[in-house]
Write a protein that binds this ligand. Structure first.
Ligand SMILES: Nc1ncnc2c1ncn2[C@@H]1O[C@H](COP(=O)(O)OP(=O)(O)O)[C@@H](O)[C@H]1O
Ligand SMILES: [Mg+2]
Length: 330
């Protein structure tokens, strides 16, 4: 029998979501106080689950914007989500979405009134017109938002970090409150696995739990896959191998989306475990077989930090996700 806390899909309800009670409550309170939380954090720590749970509890609308890059796509996604759920006349709007996406999006938001809209992975919508829509919504409607996204693309504009953009000025990120979600600590990882073990009567020893907590460095998604496989009857070794297989596929895909210098930085950090700026640059140049300008190198490092793929502590850089080690296997 599968175990609900280890269900590999993003969670929809608190019952199957381990802890993070304070975060859920805080995010909910912010929304009710008319702030718009922007949930930031590494991949696989529970951002989507948080948005889904909060939106569910507040009877709102969830939109997966990971593949959405234009207002037209956003407007039709929103339209599709709400057409059966809310008693508002949207017939006229449908025709408008193609021709006047900004106008129709604004219209939908105004008509929706006091509704929470969760937009997951907002960073790919980079058109400044979105800011203009949000700004109008903020000033003229009761609609509330919760976003997730990395601090690249729109999210940056949302919090007013972007320079010189015509539309960000009128908005200045006024209602946005950033909320950072971190991987579990070692202790939290152990408690999470122990909780699932109890709840779903899974046969796991204390040593196995500690080993997994050590291996996955608090990345909740990997802990969840591991727990799920254990609940299906895999032994410790087999479950870890299977998580490795799944992780390789996912991480190779994420890696493929990085720029040339970002790729080499991630590989170098896989080899070095941690490094200061100078040494990391040298190793990257070695791997790449050519010089990298200071500016380009620094820019790529900063992008990786914003994407929460690496972090900097005491002057040294580290990978956040231990499974990025799959990149240096061959
Ligand atoms: N606190 C938690 N309790 C139970 N499962 C969790 C928790 N946080 C994350 N997960 C699980 O981890 C995986 C990644 O979660 P998700 O919400 O998709 O994260 P993100 O959006 O940050 O990538 C999913 O399988 C989800 O069910
Ligand atoms: Mg997500």
């Amino acid at each position: 029998m599968a175990c609900d806390v280890f269900d590999p899909y993003p969670k929809n309800s608190r019952e199957s979501f381990y802890d993070r009670e304070d975060t859920l409550n805080e995010v909910k309170k912010l929304i009710q106080g008319k702030f718009w939380p922007l949930i930031i954090g590494p991949k696989r720590v529970g951002k989507t689950s948080i948005v889904k749970i909060v939106v569910n509890e507040l009877n709102g609308v969830y939109i997966d914007a990971s593949g959405i890059t234009s207002l037209k796509q956003l407007a039709s996604s929103l339209y599709n989500e709400i057409k059966f759920r809310f008693q508002i006349d949207l017939k006229v709007l449908k025709v408008d979405i193609d021709k006047k996406p900004t106008f129709s999006l604004q219209n939908i938001l105004t008509k929706l009134g006091d509704v929470v809209i969760g937009i997951d992975e907002v960073q790919n919508i980079t058109t400044p017109w979105f800011i203009s829509v949000l700004s109008t919504a903020y000033n003229t409607s009761d609609v509330k938002f919760i976003f997730t996204g990395s601090m690249i693309g729109l999210s940056k504009v949302l919090v007013g970090e972007s320079k010189g953009k015509k539309f960000s000025n009128q908005f200045k990120g006024r209602p946005i409150v950033e909320k950072e979600i971190s991987p579990f600590s070692y202790e939290e990882s152990v408690s999470f696995l122990a909780y699932g073990k109890e709840r779903c009567s899974i046969n796991m020893t204390e040593e196995e739990i500690k080993d997994s907590a050590e291996t996955y460095q608090g990345i909740v998604g990997w802990l969840t896959y591991y727990g799920n496989l254990r609940s299906l009857g895999y032994d410790h070794k087999k479950a870890k191998e299977e998580v490795d297989n799944i992780a390789s596929r996912i991480i190779l895909d994420e890696y493929a989306r990085l720029g040339e210098i970002e790729k080499v930085i991630v590989k170098a950090l896989g080899l070095l475990k941690s490094s200061n700026w100078n040494n990391l640059k040298k190793v990257c140049e070695g791997l790449l077989g050519k010089k990298i300008s200071d500016w380009n190198f620094d820019h790529s490092l900063k992008q990786l930090i914003k994407a929460r793929i690496i972090y900097k502590k005491d002057g040294k850089y580290f990978l956040i996700d231990p499974m990025y080690k799959v990149l240096i296997r061959d």
